[in-house]
Design a protein around this ligand. Structure first.
Ligand code: AHR
Length: 552
């Protein structure tokens, strides 16, 4: 390691450590990296909703991926693909967002209620998307939506996997009254309103208790091309006097494009001026990692790279894109604080993940479908650790999207199914849910790579820690594509008695699961031993690791 780099990371560690704190070393022959876990410096409780998901009527996500129908020969639970439901439940999803995305601002919730065979067939928002392969015949439920999957079908998915529902309401093309009526259909007692009775007739007698409501989606773009002042007016109209029927409604307002500061400032300023800021439970933030730079939509699409074929530079560039999340959270939080110094409104990162060029989708109609390699697993670990470290700011986050679309947890087509490396990361990280995030200090060399022919760096070992009872969970990603990193892990203000570790790593970062080889990437237990106040551990290249320490 060059001495300047070593000086830089040691300086960073010193700056992060509390004044006067002595950080004891475990051995004379110190490893190059060091992770300090400061049990007496809590950050906040990690909301289970940070481990949230996203289901949009987009390509092969709902139809074929998730919904196979009640008459299907594929094993299902009330029409929902059983293998997916069972695996999904295991990762303890905190919340699921539906029905979009851009689709939401075109969706009429009334199309998805009542007897399924009488529901109307509608043209899907994504029919004319530029991402469709040239000359492809577009037909089927992926483009002409039969509305078989509507509100109660989605609510049943949530119930079966133990997640809370999060609805994205249509602000662009339905009046505010329809938003309240959708809430009435979901939440009013069955015997109190006509819509409550309709829900009961649809099979759900008990109110659904839907708490989370998105008020439009990307309202700066596909959600209506609003400016922040006009959007604030609409937000106020939509959220005024919405009955909760006992549910503590949590309204999420649209954020600007990828953290546009002008949008946040003006939206918050207007709500503050009108005295309605307390209606805004969360501000939505969307951030994707892609190799393509901006420009016109067609150029941006053409610039994207493959999900599976990548060189070292493309590998790091995707991770660098994902790593923009932390400064985005910090800058949005500061802007929100200008009008809301007590920070009653939290951040809701309700779309995040990798976005590649088409070509690896599991079947042609799976628009925006893509394969998912160890690179994506590292991206997921890096991002979830960022959310954990900011548990005081991020109240919810939703990876885009659940199955057959963008950085999905599952791939499915007809009777074929597999989980992706990203799924395993959610499984490992579920141990953080509801835990108390504590501050960590990672003193570690940066990762070096070449970008456009010039030297570039990104962070080295990184992660987060949380405590639940006597269990300390530390998750760590090693973004280096080819270097093992050894770290000394030291626990402060607590004594670890025993430790266990599970690692997701493969010999090659391109590794991925397929229908033919569904277990190519799987987590494996690793032997670890506590020594004094911590342990020494080696993190393989392009890996995600969970260490569980039992505190005395
Ligand atoms: O997740 C795919 C799309 O990306 C969503 O529909 C939209 O909100 C975003 O631009």
């Amino acid at each position: 390691m060059p001495s300047t780099t070593r000086r830089r990371f040691l300086a960073a560690a010193t700056a992060l450590a509390s004044p006067g704190m002595l950080l004891p070393r475990l051995s004379a022959q110190s490893p190059e990296s060091r992770i300090d876990i400061l049990l007496n410096e809590p950050v906040g409780t990690i909301a289970p909703e940070i481990y949230g998901h996203f289901v949009e009527h987009l390509g092969g996500l709902v139809y074929d991926g998730l919904w196979v129908g009640e008459r299907s020969g594929i094993p299902h639970v009330n029409g929902l693909r059983k293998q997916l439901v069972d695996a999904f439940r295991r990762v303890k999803p905190g919340v699921v967002r539906w029905p979009g995305g851009c689709f939401a601002d075109q969706y009429d919730w009334r199309d998805g209620i009542g007897p399924r065979e009488k529901r109307p067939k509608r043209t899907n928002f994504w029919l004319d998307a530029q991402e469709w392969p040239k000359g492809m015949r577009r037909e089927g439920p992926q483009v002409y939506d039969p509305n078989e999957f509507g509100t109660v079908e989605f609510a049943r998915l949530c119930k079966q996997v133990g997640a809370q529902p999060y609805f994205a309401a249509n602000l662009r093309s339905l009046p505010a009254q329809e938003f309240w009526r959708w809430a009435e259909y979901c939440n009013s007692p069955a015997n109190a309103t006509t819509l409550g009775a309709q829900r009961a007739a649809d099979g759900e007698a008990d109110p659904l208790g839907v708490r989370f409501w998105g008020v439009g989606n990307e309202s700066w773009g596909c959600g209506g091309n609003f400016d922040p002042d006009d959007y604030a007016t609409e937000f106020n109209r939509y959220t005024a006097w919405v009955p909760g029927y006992g549910a503590r409604l949590a309204m999420v307002g649209s954020g600007g494009n990828d953290g546009n500061s002008d949008w946040t400032r003006r939206f918050f300023a207007k709500l503050a001026r009108l005295g309605t800021l307390d209606r805004l439970w969360g501000l939505s933030l969307h951030h994707y990692a892609w190799n393509a730079s901006g420009g016109r939509t067609s150029e941006w699409i053409a610039g994207k790279r493959d999900a599976v074929q990548f060189d070292a530079e493309q590998y790091y560039e995707i991770l660098r894109g994902a790593d923009e999340m932390e400064p985005l959270i910090a800058s949005q939080w500061a802007l929100m604080g200008e009008a809301d110094p007590r920070h009653r409104t939290k951040l809701v990162v309700d779309e995040w993940g990798s976005w590649y060029a088409s070509g690896t989708e599991p079947f042609p109609l799976a628009l925006l479908g893509q394969q998912n390699t160890m690179r994506d697993a590292v991206l997921a670990g890096l991002t979830l650790d960022t959310f954990n470290r900011h548990a005081d700011k991020v109240a919810m986050a939703n990876i885009a999207q659940l199955v057959n679309c963008l950085q999905s947890l599952f791939l499915a087509h007809e009777d074929k199914f597999c989980v992706t490396p990203t799924y395993h990361v959610f499984d490992l990280y579920s141990a953080h849910q509801g835990g108390r995030a504590v501050r960590t200090v990672f003193a570690t060399p940066e990762t070096h790579y070449t970008r456009n022919g010039s030297p570039a760096t990104m962070r080295g070992l990184n992660g987060s820690a949380s405590v639940t009872g006597s269990q300390l969970t530390l998750t760590v990603t090693n973004p280096s594509i080819d270097q093992v990193h050894e770290a000394e892990i030291v626990v402060h203000a607590g004594t670890p008695r025993s430790a266990a570790a599970v690692t997701l790593a493969t010999a090659d970062a391109h590794a991925h699961n397929t229908f033919a080889d569904p277990r190519a990437v799987e987590p494996k237990p690793v032997t670890v031993a506590v020594k004094g106040s911590g342990l020494v551990h080696q993190f393989p290249p392009a890996s995600v690791t969970r260490l569980t320490l039992t505190l005395g």
